[in-house]
Design a binder for this molecule. Structure first.
Ligand code: NCD
Length: 367
């Protein structure tokens, strides 16, 4: 057993059976899967959720089932009453350095719905960062003051460095990634896959389920995280549909191939549209750098026009993490195959389920 001394003096016990990196540089050199050991607590629960690869199927399905139970609970019933007390006395600090509507509001309501109090920094220009404080010191302040930090930042390294510091200093604070640059957004992927699970058997083999992921795959963090979660069901055929300059990152393609996932990459949405059981659309992520006029012009081929929607299979399911631009016209909201608003609705309950899990309160009676 090794012990780490918490900043305020209380020792935190670490497991002795897992290799631990000695430094942040060593931690950074490990793959996300290797890193997951130190992102779990001694009880095996997630302490810091950074990447979708930290989920296994059992945990994913457990969270989806708990979220569904919460969603369908009687508003006045005993289960809802127990939920509202589950994390009473705990505080969540939301630090959102990038804009957000759905993720921010659903995390905030989720935390409050299970009894937590919440505080937020949404305008870093009004925090001590303008006095020259580093992002890390700002985050360490939130870690000292709260029980859980929910972080959205444009630099994926911000959350990795913070997770390392939480671990290395032995802090008990939980940490959740609410969007790390163009890299990952694991909780958005949770609610997207939960919506797919409610519609399809993801393990079916005859024929296998085919999911098309469309648009700016190079920079859409939600698409990357969803793809990793879908890979937990290796029979699912993933079809990446993107213009050449916005193709999915090679790191993810290689990781999926190593896991034996059936993967198709194409630039032609029209060539595959009739094969798809589910379509996941994304907008152009132009906040992450220059996008040439040529690519902008091409992007029109990756929208679900009414002509394309007419060619989609009758049972298909259409998702979009939102915000949308032209790729999913509002007229399609009335098409029963589109489920993006249902996914938004699920967001609050999945985030409740995740926080309950992280604090060990996901037992049947929530005790
Ligand atoms: C997404 C995000 O922030 O990555 N939005 C969300 O959280 N639902 C998608 C996007 O901004 O395109």
């Amino acid at each position: 057993m090794t012990t780490a001394i918490r900043a305020s003096g209380a020792p935190t016990v670490r497991r002795s059976d897992e290799a631990m990196p000695e430094s942040y540089e060593e931690f950074r050199s490990w793959s996300p899967r290797q890193r997951s050991g130190i992102l779990r607590g001694p009880d095996g629960r997630l302490r810091a959720l950074l990447y979708a690869q930290q989920f296994d199927r059992a945990l994913l399905e457990q969270l989806v089932a708990l979220a569904e139970r919460i969603r369908s609970a009687e508003p006045e019933g005993a289960f809802r009453a127990a939920l509202s007390r589950a994390l009473r006395g705990r505080a969540a600090a939301l630090y959102f350095q990038q804009p957000s509507t759905r993720t921010f509001v659903s995390f905030s309501l989720a935390a409050q719905g299970i009894g937590m109090v919440t505080e937020e920094i949404r305008s870093p220009e009004r925090a001590s960062l303008v006095k020259g404080e580093t992002t890390l010191d700002t985050l360490l302040t939130l870690a000292e003051l709260s029980d859980c930090v929910i972080l959205r930042h444009d630099d994926p390294e911000a959350i990795e460095r913070f997770a390392w510091e939480i671990h290395d200093r032995g802090l008990p604070t939980r940490l959740v990634n609410a969007g790390s640059g163009a890299d990952q957004h694991p909780t958005q992927a949770l609610l997207d896959i939960a919506t797919l699970i409610s519609r399809f058997d993801l393990s079916r083999t005859d024929p296998p389920l085919t999911v098309g992921i469309v648009g700016d795959l190079r920079r859409a963090r939600t698409a990357r995280s969803l793809s990793y979660l879908l890979a937990l069901y290796p029979t699912v055929r993933q079809v990446f549909i993107a213009p050449p300059d916005l193709a999915m990152g090679r790191d993810l393609v290689t990781a999926l191939e190593e896991r034996g996932v059936t993967l198709v990459e194409t630039t032609e949405f029209d060539a595959v549209i009739e094969e798809l059981d589910a379509v996941y659309l994304t907008r152009m992520q132009d906040e992450y750098g220059e996008t040439s006029e040529t690519v902008r012009a091409l992007f029109g081929n990756y929208r679900l026009s009414s002509e394309r929607a007419a060619r989609l299979r009758p049972h298909a399911c259409v998702l979009h993490p939102l915000p949308r631009r032209e790729e999913l016209p509002i007229e399609l909201d009335r098409d029963p195959r589109t489920r993006h608003w249902e996914a938004v609705h699920r967001g609050r309950f999945l985030r409740m389920a995740l926080l309950l899990h992280m604090f060990g309160k996901d037992t049947t009676d929530l005790s």
